[in-house]
Design a protein around this ligand. Structure first.
Ligand code: NAD
Length: 298
């Protein structure tokens, strides 16, 4: 049994951490939202009132936070991980952050005698629920080997991608491709509808044809077609437009820095930005389907 501190019990963290409890680990969980701590307790997480309480004495600290700023703050605040972790603690960051933040985490943790692995995930809340996420690990070989064992109960696939920040680099590229898939299925679903096709009949064709994608199979943006898709639930977020925008904007920034041309990624980034501008950032990213609809509604 390993003593694990889990920081961030949102859509992903709440589901992921429950698999560690089921695997027999002791998990103390903290989130700034009281209701999320209470919900986590129902899955066997021991809820605590501060990061310090979660981290004191833990062997492993796992983060599942929205953005790089949250990660930096959770690590370096007076109440934070660096101030309370014992020497040698392994810190895994499953959040999707910018590469600079990940580099900073590796450097700061290392200079304090702590171990850090960037450990972003793919597979959505469905994968988190099922314990079938893909993990992309970046860091020092021995730390990555230890991280592999810890994440196993939450994972379908675990890849040691390379050195520090290579996990997050893989994740940003992956999510840029996911965003472009969302754009494709949004336009396809609306065109199929306008051409008079039954949504389920078209979906059944596309998912076994060359129009298939993970986004299509998991998030088809028309109600009543795919179980678990946000479209069934008034586009309440499974993966919020705000977080999806963040990931694609980070990938586009990486492309700009390296001279790679990504017009499709830029287009979906701008569609997501319009959701944010309309105060819909908390809704699901698949609500971009409205952009393909003839009258702009869904
Ligand atoms: P979320 O917003 O549902 O959860 C993040 C949680 O962090 C929230 O509950 C929030 O209250 C908490 N938090 C923020 N600041 C905190 C602090 N200082 N201390 C403690 N808790 C704090 O987001 P999510 O969908 O669970 O995603 C988490 C991360 O995983 C993000 O980086 C996201 O990009 C990534 N991710 C999400 C998905 C998905 O499908 N939702 C898939 C893969 C990766």
């Amino acid at each position: 049994m390993t003593s694990i501190a889990w920081i961030g019990l949102g859509n992903m963290g709440s589901r992921m951490s429950s698999h560690l409890v089921a695997a027999g680990h002791e998990v103390r969980g903290f989130d700034v939202v009281d209701a999320l701590r209470e919900r986590a307790a129902e899955h066997g997480i021991a809820p605590v009132g501060s990061i310090a309480e979660a981290v004191e004495g833990a062997d492993v600290v796992i983060l599942s936070l929205p953005k790089g700023d949250h990660v930096r703050q959770v690590l370096e605040s007076d109440d934070g991980v660096f101030a309370h972790a014992k020497p040698g603690t392994l810190i895994l960051d499953t959040s999707t952050v910018d590469i600079e933040t990940s580099q900073w985490c590796h450097g700061q943790a290392g200079s304090r005698g702590l171990r850090f692995v960037d450990a972003p995930v793919s597979g959505g809340t469905q994968g988190a629920q099922a314990g079938t996420l893909t993990f992309m690990l970046g860091g020092v070989e021995d730390d990555v080997a230890d991280a592999k064992e810890i994440v196993a109960p939450m994972a379908g696939n675990v890849f040691a991608v390379g050195e520090a920040t290579h996990g997050i680099a893989a994740k940003l590229v992956n999510n840029m491709m996911l965003g472009i898939s969302v754009l494709a299925m949004s336009e396809g679903s609306q065109l199929a509808h306008q051409l008079g096709l039954d949504p389920k009949a078209f979906f059944d064709v596309a998912r076994v044809s060359s129009g298939d994608s993970w986004a299509l199979r998991t998030w088809y943006p028309v109600p009543g077609v795919v179980q678990g898709a946000a479209a069934n639930d008034n586009f309440d977020a499974s993966f919020s437009a705000m977080l999806c925008h963040k990931d694609i904007a980070l990938a586009v920034a990486g492309a700009e820095a390296t001279g790679v041309k990504v017009p499709a990624a830029t287009l979906i980034r701008d569609q997501l930005q319009r959701l944010l501008d309309d105060d819909l950032g908390g809704k699901d990213c698949t609500l971009v389907v409205r952009e393909a609809s003839p009258d702009g509604t869904v």
